[in-house]
Design a protein around this ligand. Sequence first.
Ligand code: FMN
Length: 167
Amino acid sequence: MKEITIKEWGVNPFAAIGKEWMLITAAKDGKVNTMTASWGGMGVIWGADVVYVFIRQSRFTKEFIDAADTFSLTFFPRNAQKALAYLGSHSGRNEDKIGKVGFHVAFNNGTPYFEEAQTTVICTKWSKHSIKLEDMPADVREKWYADNDYHDMYIGRIEKVLVKETI
Ligand SMILES: Cc1cc2nc3c(=O)[nH]c(=O)nc-3n(C[C@H](O)[C@H](O)[C@H](O)COP(=O)(O)O)c2cc1C
């Protein structure tokens, strides 16, 4: 893995997150869990480059993010989409889904990521914000939150962007 700057990465978040998806991964009590996400953003706040991720309260991964000081976002080649679809439709509560898709966990100073990832973003969990029902427009509330499974937004300060070196 080689560390690059955000400028060198030159990512288009609309494509990378919205179309190609990412994994959000964190560790808790020596265990690692991950989930697929296609909602989120990248930007700047409080004088730093950050990511914004949105995690519903029902996700097992939320327990890991809440317990951890850091998390990773990982981005994969197109041929991993089937694996990402699996990780985004099965819960780590019920099975070893990481093993099932054949991914291998690696650690960067204690933050878990995947050997198979093309790009890994190591983040410090900087803040957490509940997205409240009363702050949402009615159409959004009806379309996305009929089951009361709300999102929390986490702001992660980007510490490192790592890319897989090709030989
Ligand atoms: C393409 C795709 C995108 C997803 N995006 C999100 C997201 O942004 N936020 C979220 O809370 N869940 C999202 N999910 C759902 C979780 O990945 C899914 O519920 C997962 O099984 C949770 O696993 P866990 O219980 O092990 O955390 C997405 C699923 C897919 C397939």
